[in-house]
Design a binder for this molecule. Structure first.
Ligand code: TYC
Length: 127
C-alpha cells in the first residue's frame, strides 16, 4: 500500500493583478506641478511722522536739544531741522510706527512743559 498523495487543484483561472491607480496627469506634462498664483494682500503698516511746530518763545537751543535727544539726530542735523521749523513753521523730525510716534510726541511735550516752554509736537499719518 503506497502513501496517500494529496493534490491541490485551482478552482479559478488565475486573475491579472489589478491595475495600479494612477492620478490623472496633463497630457505631455507628466511631472508638472501647478502652483496657484496668489495676490499679496497684507498692506505695509501705516507710518506716522512726528512734527514740531514753530512758536515765538521756545529757545532754539532747547529745540535742537529735543531733536537730538528724542529723534537721535546729530547736532548739525538737529540744527538744520530746527532752522527749517523756525523759517517754515513746521518740520518733520522722524517717521515711526503709530505707537512709537505717539511715545515721541508724549516725551517731547513732557520735556517742553517741564522746562516751561510752549513747544508743540504732533504726529500725523504719512501719505
Ligand atoms: N522760533 C523760535 C525762536 O525764535 C525757535 C523755535 C524753533 C521754536 C523751532 C520752536 O519748533 C520750534 N526762539
Amino acid at each position: 500500500m503506497g502513501a496517500a498523495r494529496i493534490f491541490f487543484m485551482a478552482t479559478q483561472n488565475p486573475k491579472k493583478p489589478p491595475e495600479p491607480v494612477v492620478p490623472p496627469t496633463r497630457p505631455g506634462n507628466d511631472d508638472a506641478v501647478v502652483l496657484e498664483r496668489r495676490t499679496q494682500r497684507t498692506e505695509p503698516p501705516q507710518m506716522f511722522q512726528v512734527v514740531l511746530l514753530n512758536d515765538d518763545f521756545t529757545p532754539m537751543e532747547f529745540v535742537v536739544h529735543v531733536i537730538q535727544e528724542f529723534f537721535s539726530k546729530d547736532r548739525e542735523t538737529a540744527t538744520q531741522i530746527m532752522l527749517k521749523i523756525h523759517l517754515e513753521g513746521k518740520g518733520i523730525c522722524g517717521v515711526y510706527s503709530r505707537d512709537v510716534a505717539g511715545t515721541k510726541v508724549d516725551q517731547v511735550l513732557q520735556a517742553a512743559r517741564a522746562a516751561g516752554h510752549p513747544l508743540q509736537c504732533l504726529s500725523e499719518p504719512v501719505e
